[in-house]
Design a binder for this molecule. Structure first.
Ligand code: SF4
Length: 133
């Protein structure tokens, strides 16, 4: 089976976007590099042939920074099958009152939160891989 595509929103200028991106990089580069990969959302949006061919009809996971769901909507518009759509604010409750950083850097609490988000993504990647075996 091809690798599960895990795609974050771009969320430039917001810590929620940075949390989304860092959590996706952790899962695709460190936790599940053989089972997952990420793609640049800008290439998805602009319809890059190679990227669209990679996601069309393929199982995808998205991680968005807010309810505008830019990653989810863009992947679906390009023909990707979004089996799991997450957004960072849904996991914020136990982290209320913490400082996570800014759009350009994460604090220690921010990195801990990104790690937690990446664990959720990694669990989803493994479950999706097992479903198709
Ligand atoms: S989902 Fe929200 S944070 Fe992410 S790119 Fe869209 S508007 Fe920005």
């Amino acid at each position: 089976m091809s690798k599960i595509k895990v795609i974050p929103c771009s969320g430039i200028g917001k810590v929620l976007g940075l949390l989304a991106r860092e959590s996706v990089l952790m899962v695709t580069q460190e936790k599940c590099p053989n089972e997952s990969e990420t793609l640049c959302l800008a290439h998805v949006v602009t319809g890059d042939d190679e990227v669209v061919a990679k996601i069309k009809g393929q199982p995808c996971i998205t991680m968005d920074g807010c309810p505008k769901y830019c990653a989810k909507k863009s992947v679906e518009a390009a023909g990707g099958e979004v089996d799991h759509s997450y957004k960072v604010p849904d996991f914020m409750k136990p982290h209320r009152g913490e400082e996570h950083g800014t759009g350009t850097y994460l604090t220690a609490d921010g990195w801990k939160f990104a790690e937690e988000l990446s664990d959720i993504l990694a669990k989803t990647v493994i479950e999706m891989q097992e479903e198709v075996r």
